[in-house]
Design a protein around this ligand. Structure first.
Ligand SMILES: NC(=O)c1ccc[n+]([C@@H]2O[C@H](COP(=O)([O-])OP(=O)(O)OC[C@H]3O[C@@H](n4cnc5c(N)ncnc54)[C@H](O)[C@@H]3O)[C@@H](O)[C@H]2O)c1
Ligand SMILES: [Zn+2]
Length: 380
């Protein structure tokens, strides 16, 4: 019997909305985003980041009032579930189990929704849980950090950390919709305000020189918490990320090219060895500095361009180095280099690292010279 060659495509589309005060009574965006079932309301479970609740004491009351006033459109199956904010929520499975348990108890089905409100970590965890129940509930993300709104919350992935590896498990599962409410950014501590700026530099350096120049020119406004500048930064970064996912030809990362992971092999290692005291965005800033130094040593960018990158990052309030870069393993080699090996393993054996060539354009390299890399680490 001859082989039957199965082939089909599934197309995905989802809106990424931008708004303010999503839970004001006169804001109907969320209700419009979530169609109900024939003749009935949409059914939803809300999962909220404890850090967002703590920083916005009026939020739960506002949210409950909004859902009460929109009860004909959306039925909240239970009181909002508050889960720990930050990376730790990805380090154990208890919140995933809790979401699954409530989804079962409340009979959520494949037309029901999980509304996840929070930083990238909570969105990754809730998205993972939503993807597992009935092989996928509808996920509406309301990212509340800069990094969530311009990167983690708008893409097609979720993940959990396991077995000592960052993002070891996860699925590709595009959301039903994303709503970026810029008001959430106002309650961020400075560390979280600025961490997502690293992702803006990342995508600008490899894909959009004009945006890179704009970021450098606006660095001091970003540091001074200019809300208008930040909103533009979030919008332009989201646009670049979404455009890449839609047009790269590999949204589910079957190949080994990962342009959006510029600077990330070092970032993931730093997150891990700092026990997550260095967060994702902070790690990315240092990773960008190292890979940019390496690109300069390979004559892919000029010394002036390297200096502009470092000045730009620092001007926004991002650190471009860490004491952990000096840590050596038992063979006397920089511990950071383990990150490159883990990245290679994650990609499936073939290394593929994106570098600027020059700023605004990218090149994929499949090998990194260890001596040059050590030199790059020393330089930052
Ligand atoms: N799925 C993806 O494609 C993707 C992409 C990039 C990053 N990520 C993941 O995202 C995570 C990082 O996300 P992050 O940078 O948003 O940090 P985070 O989710 O760890 O949140 C940082 C802190 O900010 C708090 N917080 C969130 N919103 C707040 C608000 N509005 N006001 C006050 N405090 C608030 C949180 O409670 C937490 O303590 C990492 O786990 C990373 O791996 C995922
Ligand atoms: Zn990232």
């Amino acid at each position: 019997m001859t082989t039957i060659h199965q082939k089909f495509t599934v197309s995905f589309k989802y809106p990424v909305h931008f708004t303010r005060h999503v839970f004001d009574l006169d804001n109907s965006l969320l209700a419009e985003t979530m169609p109900g079932r024939p003749g009935g309301a949409a059914r939803a479970l809300v999962v909220i980041d404890s850090g967002v609740v703590a920083a916005n004491p009026a939020l739960l009351e506002q949210l409950n009032r909004w859902f009460a006033s929109n009860a004909a459109a959306i039925e909240l199956v239970k009181a909002p579930m508050i889960v720990p904010g930050g990376e730790n929520v990805k380090n154990g499975w208890s919140s995933v189990r809790e979401i699954m348990t409530y989804a079962g108890l409340e009979h959520l089905d494949r037309q029901s929704y999980i509304i996840a409100i929070g930083g990238g970590a909570v969105l990754d965890m809730a998205g993972f849980a939503a993807a597992l129940v009935h092989r996928g509930l509808r996920l509406v993300r309301l990212p509340t950090t800069v990094l969530g709104q311009n990167d983690a919350g708008i893409g097609v992935k979720n993940s959990m950390n396991d077995g000592g590896a960052k993002n070891f498990v996860g699925t590709f599962a595009p959301p039903f919709a994303v709503i970026n409410d810029f008001e959430f950014l106002k309650s961020l501590p400075f560390k979280e305000w600025v961490s997502g700026v690293a992702e803006a530099f990342k995508v600008a350096i490899i894909a959009d020189r004009q945006f890179f120049t704009w970021l450098c020119e606006n660095a001091h406004h970003i540091k001074e918490r200019d809300q208008g500048v930040m909103e533009e930064l979030v919008y332009r970064t989201a646009q670049l990320h979404l455009n890449h996912i839609a047009t790269s030809g590999d949204p589910f990362e079957f190949g080994s090219a990962r342009p959006l992971d510029f600077g990330h092999w070092a970032a993931h290692r730093l997150e891990l060895i700092s026990n997550f005291s260095i967060g994702h965005g902070a790690g990315v800033a240092i990773g960008i500095a190292i890979d940019s130094a390496y690109a300069m040593l390979e004559n892919r960018i000029s010394q002036a361009e390297f200096t502009a990158i470092i000045k730009g990052l620092q001007g926004c309030g991002l650190a471009t180095s860490s004491e952990l870069l000096k840590r050596l393993n038992s063979e006397g080699e920089p511990d950071l280099l383990e990150g490159l090996e883990q990245f290679r393993e994650h990609l499936g054996g073939d290394l593929c690292v994106t570098l600027p060539n020059p700023i605004g354009r990218k090149i994929e390299v499949h090998e990194m010279n260890r001596d040059l890399l050590k030199e790059a680490i020393r330089m930052v």
